[in-house]
Ligand binder design. Structure first.
Ligand SMILES: [Zn+2]
Length: 506
């Protein structure tokens, strides 16, 4: 046999496509030719594969070897093709029976000593193999738990190339990897830990119920970060499809926590304001990696000290947040990632951010204004909820008043409100109030005129734009859903208006 073929998977973003790996051997000057748009890492693959084959005890054929990766038009990135290349070369050389690899999908990077190393993106790769109708995939042992999340595929875990050669030549067997019971989701931080801050607690509850973006301002220590961290816990646990989608993104990003192959809780990402654009949105050299924005898909993207982020960076977030996906282009190709994340911005009232509060602040009014204007209007305009947190009082710290409500109680109200919204919106596309187009909202679910009196006055006085009014209406519906009302009343509109017009103290 001088021709052999097997399969692997190429990834663009989180979507995978099965790649056919063909190896042909012919007489001539010994050497290897690789065709089919491989990137630099794939080209180096030949050297790794050769070393791994030799160190496994097999001999490297001294022939002219042509390796074809197809479809040729699709760019091939990363080191995940190593294992398929090695198997195909050995089959073409007659070391392995060619039919042993014909239907197989192989993923994995090879170390020079023949160990099979885990790769990024194993989950979306195995999903792609299953969709293409392949029944068996061989993955690195380090990716086995993740790969076994995919139904309808036998997952064989290989630790070394020697394991694989033994299995394919029928001498030993790789056991199919069965997924263990999924561990319960790790406990999330509880809202019961947040002392005082009635307005802040209300804001995260409303944000969770309607999927609204949120802007928190307040002095350091007021609990902005604590509140933001507790928002994912108020969101419903991800269903299986959503969990697989989120896990696939983290698989490509290389951020799957060990021992928790399926991410079933909405993620929380909090990039620092010094993060590069690539870290925030996505990019990197070689294979394109999703940034914090994409890793926050179906969860929360928290930007603390938001005015410290470069304005251009914040502006970059606007469109992806609106569309729910982002496309990142590099010389090697482009990749699209979903990024339907809820944005939480936090800011101190001024650049000095005196922890003691306004009394210790040394900033001039001009400095304060300049600091606040660093947040771009267009991004801020898309935020429905703006809440100012007062400093936590000593009485609250000392435990005056009732114990704060825990996450479980608030999450139950959020779930009921979401169910009410979903029932009302059924058949129109969106399932959350924050996603309803303004026109549809006004035409299909008009709020009674008397309830709108306050909002109309704000509009007349120029305190509210027409787009702003739509946002007030969306929040009003969320407040009504939380209260169990079938339509917002004047109080709901007034509260929504208060959460919209709240400005950073000047
Ligand atoms: Zn200050």
């Amino acid at each position: 046999m001088t021709l052999a073929r097997t399969w692997s998977v190429g990834l663009a973003g989180v979507s995978g496509a099965v790649v056919e790996v063909e190896v042909d051997m012919s007489a001539g000057v010994p050497g290897v030719v690789l065709v089919g748009l491989p990137d630099a890492v794939v080209r180096q693959s030949v050297d790794r594969v050769r070393a791994a084959v030799v160190n496994t005890g097999a001999s490297w054929p001294m022939r002219r070897i042509t390796i074809g990766l197809s479809p040729a038009s699709m760019p091939k990135q990363g080191s995940g093709f190593d294992l398929a290349l090695a198997a195909a070369v050995l089959a073409a050389a007659g070391t392995l029976p060619a039919d042993s690899i014909d239907g197989l999908v192989l993923l994995g990077e090879l170390g020079l000593d023949g160990t099979v190393r885990a790769v990024r993106g194993a989950l979306p790769a195995v999903l792609a193999a299953a969709r293409a109708g392949h029944g068996t995939v061989v993955v690195p042992a380090g990716n086995a738990e993740e790969a076994a999340l995919v139904d309808g595929v036998d997952v064989l875990a290989a630790r070394t190339l020697g394991d694989l050669v033994g299995h394919l030549s029928g001498r030993t067997r790789l056991a199919a990897h069965r997924r263990g019971p999924l561990p319960p989701p790790a406990p999330a931080p509880d809202l019961g830990d947040v002392v005082g801050q009635a307005a802040g607690r209300r804001a995260v509850e409303v944000a969770a119920a309607g999927g609204h973006h949120l802007f928190l301002t307040g002095p350091p220590g007021a609990g902005k970060t604590m509140l933001a961290e507790r928002l994912p816990g108020l969101l419903p646990v991800l269903d299986e499809r959503a969990a697989l989608e989120v896990t696939a993104i983290h698989s490509v990003a290389g951020t799957l926590p060990p021992g928790a192959p399926l991410l079933s809780r909405p993620p929380f990402e909090a990039p620092h304001h010094t993060a590069t654009m690539a870290a925030l949105v996505g990019g990197g050299s070689g294979a394109i990696r999703p940034g914090a924005l994409c890793r926050a898909h179906r969860g929360v993207l928290f930007l603390d000290e938001a005015p410290e982020f470069p304005r251009a960076t914040l502006d970059t977030l606007r469109q992806p947040l609106e569309r729910g996906q982002v496309t990142i282009s590099r010389a090697a190709g482009s990749a699209t990632f979903p990024c339907r994340a809820q944005l939480v911005l936090a800011a101190n009232p001024c650049p000095c951010a005196g922890a003691a509060g306004d009394a210790a602040c040394t900033c001039s009014p001009l400095e304060r204004r300049r600091y606040q204007s660093r947040l771009s209007g267009p991004l801020l305009d898309r935020i429905d909820l703006r809440v100012e947190l007062p400093p936590v009082t000593r009485a609250a710290w000392m435990g005056a008043g009732a114990a704060p409500e825990p996450t479980a109680a608030v999450a139950a109200r959020v779930a009921a409100a979401r169910a009410a919204a979903a029932a009302r919106l059924a058949g129109t596309g969106p399932a959350l109030n924050s996603q309803v187009p303004g026109r549809l909202l006004r035409e299909r679910w008009p709020v009674p005129r008397p309830a709108l009196a306050l909002a109309e006055r704000a509009l007349d006085r120029g305190l509210l734009s027409v787009r702003g009014l739509d946002r007030v209406l969306r929040v009003s519906w969320t407040l009504a859903d939380l209260a169990g009302r079938t339509v917002p009343d004047g109080d709901d509109v007034a509260e929504a208006l208060g959460m919209r017009l709240q400005r950073v103290a000047a």
